[in-house]
Write a protein of this length. Structure first.
Ligand code: ADP
Length: 428
């Protein structure tokens, strides 16, 4: 039962299960959806992801009864969606479209949200107290109650979109379809809306959302469908769908996909194309830590320089970037202090390099060996210092003393760009 729904619900009833079976959709000559297959269960949040033109909107239109497939069938609780009267269908499904800029300009916010009740109001009937109650609740849930008496035209794009979502909620749907419904909103409101989506799902509503932002999709969806050129190329849990291979296939770009070890949250970073080319014969060694090495490694590799790194912890994005570029690394396991074996490997890489870069990293007992190794670089060392060492020292002053000595006898840069310029000119 939906959180806005009263005991008794609608006549069609049922749990709100959607099945898309072997569906093909065409627009004149464009084959927009090819053999789409999908089952949506109550309470699920399904994200549709994929590049522009991959068929996400088409799938939403087909499910919501506005674009009849040429092939296949879409059912809601076993009944062909295209056999269900529009008013009855609207009691079950609500759609929030991509852009609503030109709709409803002369209406107040409350009037627009109240329109969401029309599928529940009998022919020639008027709104009941319940309709007004549900409307009020929908206004509150989307945080637009404060604008209830304002004209839609007087709201910002983001506020207007929240009103349209409120209108969809006022329909008390069992299935909520969102077509890039938050793409024009700022990140705080996106998060608020998707938190709301999660609450709706917890109350049993199925949500199907086309989402442009892969990180948002990964964070909020139980399941993702990745579309490419009208085909569902992957369907499953976030980690099964957002793999580097799938992202490369659909978006034609490389990606770093990480799962945070504590929060389990995924983060996806799309990267520019990288085709391994000629690299310099001399190597620059980067001593990374906490992700601070990643932008330096990236910048140096982009300049065509050979780079090595260490000691890298596999939990850091430094490791992902190093792995992505296939560079030589001394690698340590998660949550482990640097072992003497890995330290020796790092020292060897430092000795082989012609320049060693020490980024603006924090030092604690677990990575102090990295600072000691930096000392072995002698005058090959260059430092990137963006914040004072005092704020990055989590040893009882040991790192500060060591760092102070190094700082005396090497070049210190405060900006990445100038450091990279220096390294490039030195090697070039
Ligand atoms: P997405 O939502 O993933 O961006 P769409 O479902 O909108 O993709 O589009 C899928 C394909 O159908 C694209 O090739 C697009 O150009 C085409 N298409 C979408 N809408 C129409 C339309 N009204 N008329 C003709 N072609 C369309």
């Amino acid at each position: 039962m939906g959180i806005l729904e009263k005991e008794g619900g609608s006549e069609i009833g049922g749990p709100g299960r959607v099945r898309v079976d072997g569906v093909d959709c065409y627009y004149v000559e464009t084959h927009a959806l090819n053999n789409a297959q999908l089952t949506v269960r109550p309470g699920e949040v399904i994200g549709l992801v994929g590049p522009n033109g991959s068929g996400k909107t088409t799938l939403i239109k087909a499910i919501s009864g506005v674009l009849k497939p040429q092939v296949g069938i879409i059912t809601l609780d076993g009944v062909d969606v295209y056999q269900i009267k529009p008013k009855r269908l609207a009691q079950q499904m609500a759609v929030v479209p991509q852009s609503t800029d030109t709709f409803f300009f002369d209406f107040t916010v409350e009037e627009v949200v109240l329109m969401g009740r029309s599928p529940h109001i009998k022919f020639l009937g008027t709104e009941s107290t319940n309709d007004y109650d549900v409307t009020r609740k929908a206004l509150e849930m989307t945080d637009v109650a404060q604008f209830a008496d304002r004209k839609i035209a007087e709201l910002s794009g983001g506020e207007r979109q929240r009103v349209i979502i409120a209108r969809a909620l006022a329909q008390e749907p069992k299935i909520l379809l969102l077509d890039e419904a938050t793409s024009q909103l700022d990140i705080g409101i996106k998060i608020e809306i998707f938190d709301l989506v999660r609450r709706l799902a917890a109350s049993g509503i199925a949500v199907i959302a086309a989402i442009h932002d892969l990180n948002l999709a990964a964070q909020y969806c139980d399941r993702l469908l990745l579309l490419n050129r009208g085909e569902i190329i992957a369907d499953g849990a976030v980690e099964e769908v957002l793999t580097q291979e799938h992202i490369a296939e659909a978006f034609g770009v490389s990606a770093l996909v990480r799962k945070h070890p504590i929060t389990n949250a995924f983060s996806i970073t799309l990267l520019p194309h990288h085709t391994p080319g000629e690299r310099s014969s001399e190597t620059v060694h980067v001593i990374p830590g906490g992700g601070k090495g990643a932008p330096i490694i990236h910048a140096l590799v982009q300049k065509g320089l050979s780079v090595s790194a260490g000691v890298v912890n596999t939990l850091d994005s430094d490791y992902d970037v190093a792995e992505y570029y296939g560079i030589e690394c001394a690698v340590e396991a998660p949550f482990s202090p640097i072992s003497s074996e890995v330290d020796s490997r790092n020292v060897q890489l430092i000795q082989e390099a012609c320049i060693v870069v020490l980024p603006n990293i924090c030092f604690g007992p677990a990575n102090l060996k990295n600072l000691e190794a930096a000392a072995l670089a002698g005058d090959k060392l260059v430092i990137l210092e963006e914040t004072p060492i005092e704020s990055r020292d989590f040893t009882p002053g040991v790192a500060q003393r060591l760092y102070g000595d190094l700082r005396e006898r090497c070049l210190v840069f405060t900006e990445l760009a100038t450091l990279v310029e220096h390294v490039e000119s030195h090697i070039g």
